[in-house]
Write a protein that binds this ligand. Structure first.
Ligand code: MOS
Length: 726
């Protein structure tokens, strides 16, 4: 049931805390090393043994035998759970590939055993003594080879990923200006700093996992389903997360193998997954092949727009839908968008930061740059000219909640000094450096999901917030504290926030950039209920009263809220729950400036700017961190990131942080992020949307366009490495 919220304009439009830049309340704990991450929970349970996961050495086939004797006799070994002696575990809707699948091997580095020993070193040494024989089967590991067998994909809500409108072929055929280009993006890894890590402990038939996970309730249900136990018997606790990027949306083998190991060892078991296992054992962003066709009049107005995307996954379902943003950005009466998926024998592909849209922009927004050049129109102008404001093209029934893309582009162009850009590529040179600028538009969906919280007021005037929401390094602790303090009229430092425990009310969790808007709306609902309870106790209308400085006032009367005594209230907000009658999106204009060494081809990004339209920004400081983090990740996608598929043996060859290169903030000397002062009246009572993934939608293309502007060489096969354009 939707929460009956009182008018929020008053509460937030004169907000003292919400919307203000606020340093992270968990920051000191984190930077001092005192925040206990999953593998560091020595405080929670005694007698932890150590687990080491053994991964399969083939990409497909079956285990013939495992010789376990030497490992069992090795020093310190307590238990071994091996695929030849244990039934495959169950499945869950959240995992596509088996997390422990018995003798059948679906992908390289699938978990085939866990060795539990007194020390980490003993577990690792014993694991090296296991001798496994396989009957390897043939597999296909190359997207280009399986592409022909693709079928139309389905989206997040089960919708078909193919849409047509008008007569694309006819309109494209007759267009005055045409682009027909194919782009490829590679498989990519989340490469988060904190590995998958879990401590598992059984108490009778009750299991607790202290782990690192973005979606506590999904994790609890998945573990129950995988292990064949009641969800009520599973507790998941994940208060601190050292990065997820979508890789920790789902329970992985660390949690499952720690639970199985703990059962066998009759001891709590800790597993921090070894880095070289992570890339093939867990999930990745699937590679794409994308074809974009744009047809326009000589005035640059798009008449025909087609975007097709091919990707593949181990199950043949759930592809990387690179077309998601296309209908949300541009008009055009004749249209085709389609995302096709085929089966491939590689590790599981799954959500990675802005799944679909992040690589989708790398095709669409570069094709737009190509169209601008061909039509002789400035790329900023071209985007404004074809802006799909008002309705979703081809879907006039769906209204757009709030959208200011053209403003982002205009303000960004002014701020960035876009007028300095040379339209002719390869013309700007400063000594050995070729310089260039690029622009791209950005879209990322901004849904909200059901989210609940509990707030408890103590007699001393402090307030505790409890919700199973997670903070994946994003600032959830802080925006939740800001929200609760704002609504209850308390100073920020009298609010404590406890997150990530499945014993707390079920939140939206952190994913798809829905966390900030959803979880704060749930906290808002709980606080409104608490205000009503306080009002009932003290005899006033909690909705009408003004709460400030620990006091409630109404009609000239005042009350100290602690006079109501200790009180606790739950609340839940169901705004939309991922769906609404409106298209709720976030929009951005991204700009990049690069210099390319004319002799070596080395690319430096000198400046980046994002202008974001994402409704109320709850905490501009942490939101900016999210956006510029996304921009760095986007730059990595354009210039560096690439999981190399060994197409003979079916695995990612560069499976560690030395071989899988990512950029850091220090690689980009100047990054700026501007938030438009927009409010989305539809999305939530906070009028806020997420920005955590908007930051990776578009800067990738802006960098690619800047490299083209600098060099005059268009590389359509990402990443743009030196070998491809020299
Ligand atoms: Mo995001 S890929 O939904 O964590």
């Amino acid at each position: 049931m939707e929460f009956n919220a009182p008018a929020t304009e008053n509460l937030f439009d004169r907000a003292k805390l919400v919307g203000k830049s606020t340093p992270r309340i968990d920051g000191p704990l984190k930077v001092s090393g005192a925040a206990p991450y999953a593998a560091e929970r020595h405080d929670v349970i005694a007698g932890q043994a150590y687990g080491w996961i053994v991964g399969a050495a083939i990409a497909k086939g079956r285990i013939r035998s495992m010789e376990l004797g030497d490992a069992r006799r090795a020093p310190g070994v307590i238990a071994i759970v091996a695929a030849t002696e244990h039934e495959p575990v169950g499945t869950s809707p959240y995992n596509h590939a088996p997390l422990f699948g018995g003798r059948d091997i679906a992908h390289y580095h699938q978990a085939i055993a866990v060795v539990v020993a007194e020390t980490f070193e003993q577990a690792r040494a014993a694991a090296s003594l296991i001798r496994t024989q396989y009957d390897a089967a043939d597999g296909v590991h190359d997207l280009a080879r399986v592409k022909g067998a693709a079928k139309i994909g389905t989206g997040f809500s089960g919708e078909s990923m193919k849409d047509t409108l008008g007569d694309f072929d006819g309109a494209f055929g007759g267009a005055a200006v045409k682009i027909d280009a194919t782009y490829t993006t590679p498989d990519e890894a989340h490469a988060m700093m904190e590995p998958f890590a879990t401590i598992a402990a059984w108490e009778g038939d009750k299991l607790t996992v202290w782990t690192s996970n973005q979606m506590i309730n999904w994790g609890k249900r998945a573990l129950a389903s995988i292990l064949g136990i009641e969800a009520d018997n599973v507790r998941v606790d994940s208060p601190y997360i050292g990065g997820g990027f979508g890789g920790k949306l789902f329970i992985r083998a660390d949690a499952v193998m720690a639970a199985l190991g703990a059962k066998a060892a009759k001891r709590p078991v800790k597993i921090a997954m070894q880095r070289p296992l992570m890339f093939n054992n867990s999930t990745h962003r699937p590679a794409t092949i994308q074809r974009v066709r744009l047809g326009a009049g000589s005035d640059g107005r798009i008449t025909a727009i087609a975007h097709e995307c091919w990707s593949a996954n181990i199950t043949g379902e759930d592809g990387e839908h690179g077309t998601l943003q296309t209908p949300k950005l541009y008009t055009g009466a004749n249209r085709l968008t389609a995302s096709y998926v085929s089966q491939i024998d590689l590790p599981e592909g799954n959500a990675m930061r802005a799944p679909g849209e992040a690589p989708g922009h790398m095709a669409l927004e570069v094709a737009m740059d190509e169209l601008a050049e061909q039509a002789g129109i400035d790329p900023v102008e071209l985007r404004i000219l074809n802006d799909a404001h008002g309705v979703v093209p081809g879907d006039p029934e769906t209204k757009i909640s709030d959208r200011h893309l053209a403003r982002c582009l205009k303000e960004g162009a002014d701020r960035f000094g876009w007028s300095e850009r040379k339209a002719q590529p390869g013309q700007a040179r400063n000594g050995r450096w070729l310089t260039g600028m690029g622009v791209a538009a950005g879209y990322r969906a901004g849904p909200t999901a059901k989210s609940a919280a509990r707030v408890s007021l103590s007699a001393d005037g402090t307030l505790k917030v409890e919700t199973d929401m997670t903070d994946i390094g994003t600032g959830s602790y802080t925006i939740i504290a800001q929200t609760a303090a704002e609504i209850m009229g308390l100073p920020l430092d009298s609010v404590t926030v406890e997150l990530g425990d499945s014993n707390f009310p079920v939140s939206s969790g952190s994913g798809g950039q829905w966390g900030a808007a959803s979880s704060t709306a749930g906290v808002y609902a709980a606080c409104v209920n608490l205000r009503r309870m306080i009002g009932e106790k003290l005899g006033f209308d909690g909705d009408a009263a003004d709460f400030q400085g620990g006091r409630a006032t109404l009609d000239g009367q005042g009350w100290q809220i602690t006079e109501a005594g200790a009180l606790s209230a739950d609340g839940e907000m169901t705004y939309g729950d991922f769906k609404s009658d409106y298209d709720v999106g976030t929009y951005a204009a991204h700009f990049a400036e690069v210099r390319v060494d004319a002799f070596t081809g080395e690319v430096h990004i000198t400046r980046m700017l994002a202008v974001c339209d994402a409704g109320r920004i709850l905490n501009p400081l942490s939101a900016r961190s999210q956006v510029i983090g996304g921009m760095v990740m986007a730059a990595g996608a354009t210039l560096m990131e690439d999981l190399h598929v060994d197409k003979r043996f079916g695995f990612f060859a560069n499976h560690d942080l030395a071989g899988y290169e990512v950029p850091v903030h220090a690689d980009i000397p100047h990054q700026e992020c501007i938030f438009l002062d927009t409010l989305d009246p539809i999305v939530s009572p906070m009028k806020a949307k997420g920005v955590g993934e908007l930051g990776i939608c578009g800067p990738n293309a802006a960098v690619a366009n800047a490299v083209y502007n600098a060099t005059g060489v268009r590389v359509r096969e990402y990443p743009i490495t030196v070998d491809k354009y020299l």
